[in-house]
Design a protein around this ligand. Structure first.
Ligand code: ZN
Length: 151
């Protein structure tokens, strides 16, 4: 199996069997981001206590890349503190720019499958959308109901 096929298989697995999809009964922070260029929407809900992300769930509509990325992102941040989660947003952004990163920092090797997206610049926003939602929801300026266009 080629590396591209392997990556595709991992992405489709998260797309078809998304982790952490649904709603939290109580949430402390939330953000909804829209990617107009593809029509993807990701709503992230998290319970953050004492600077730690205790739980995270998402709802969304869109392409396989955007939803698989949201599934992987929520897996990577659950139980992690907010500061180090924000570092992962930066790390993901570096990966999308084709920079060499240490994938172990994510604590979830599935995320490496999204590195193949760098070959398709139009899809980079799809992959990054969930991570931008994470960044927004952890930022103090976030208003809970507004849908943010990621352009
Ligand atoms: Zn998309």
């Amino acid at each position: 199996m080629s590396i591209d096929d392997l990556y595709r298989r991992v992405i489709m697995d998260h797309y078809k069997h998304p982790r952490n999809k649904g709603e939290l009964e109580s949430q402390t922070v939330t953000a909804t981001l829209n990617n107009p260029s593809c029509g993807d929407t990701i709503s992230l809900q998290m319970i953050v206590k004492d600077g730690k992300i205790e739980d995270a769930k998402f709802r969304g509509e869109g392409c396989s890349i955007s939803l698989a990325s949201a599934s992987m992102m929520t897996e990577a941040i659950k139980g992690r503190d907010a500061v180090s989660s924000l570092k992962l947003v930066d790390l993901f952004s570096q990966m999308m720019q084709g920079k060499a990163i240490d994938i172990d920092d994510f604590g979830l090797e599935d995320i490496e499958s999204l590195s193949g997206v760098t070959k398709f610049p139009a899809r980079i926003k799809c992959a990054t959308l969930a991570w931008k939602a994470l960044e927004q929801s952890l930022s103090k300026d976030c208003t809970n109901k507004e849908v943010i266009n990621y352009e």
